[in-house]
Design a protein around this ligand. Sequence first.
Ligand code: 13P
Ligand code: SF4
Length: 301
Amino acid sequence: MTLAEEITKLKQEKNAVILAHYYVPGDVQEIADYVGDSFYLSKVATKLENQTIIFAGVEFMGESAKILNPEKRVFMPDATADCPMAHMIEIKDIEKVRAEYPDVAVVCYINSTAETKTYSDVCVTSSNAVKIVKKLPNKNIFFIPDQHLGSYVAEQVPEKNVILNPGYCPRHHAITVDAVRAAKNEHPQAKLLAHPECPKEVLEEADYIGSTSGIIDYATMHDDQEYIIGTVKGVFHELQKKNPNKRFYTISGGQVCLNMEKVTLEKVKMCLETECNEVFVSEEVRRKAMAPLTRMLEMAK
Ligand code: 13P
Ligand code: SF4
């Protein structure tokens, strides 16, 4: 039996379902029941019937699935797979802004810890942040933790006063406008599709800005044959699968999320077999963190 076959068998025996983000290795995406961007995966997590969820992604994703499914068991193939940006905001920073702007709405990117979510008014993902911020009644918005997604939202919703926090994704932050221009010179026919976690100067060069799903859909739906991809290379698996004759280029060698790469087929199998790395969230944190997540699911409709 191949590793993939063993996983399928174990999955059936345990009545488990596997969710995977577009950044995990391609062979893991292939054995998953659902693959998508953060928003799609959190929506899926509210509709599952299986008692066991294996989340092939990073910690905030498994945590969000557990918060939305307290009665289910959620497991991570690698317990150390975490998003560094999720930790780039401290509670004292939120309290400071709340004291200064009593009417502020704390808008929390889903790439954040469960504790941070408990201090937030609404969660967002890259695919719904603009829509949700537009709908909020508050004039003042504290956008945490990502400065780049926050500044992109601020531009799209100029009627709001968006206060930024200095957090960033090390992988997207490292994409420079010079590297983008060099890639464009090398591939003059290619369209640039970028994730809003990229710096502003990079986004200014983009033909399309969107989530991982948005980028995949754009390249799939358009006739252009070449694309420069301004996000983590994990998306190439789905891009190439859906568009075998189109060409996709990276901007630099650093477009790899080392944490997502930790999720391997061997670890998925071990996780199913030994039921290791279960995600636990205290009931108090779960209850409080559920409110902004549920509000996101409602407001994004
Ligand atoms: P998406 O919601 O676009 O999948 O992004 C998740 C992420 O971590 C981007 O770095
Ligand atoms: Fe976090 Fe960046 Fe990895 Fe996304 S790509 S999970 S933001 S470290």
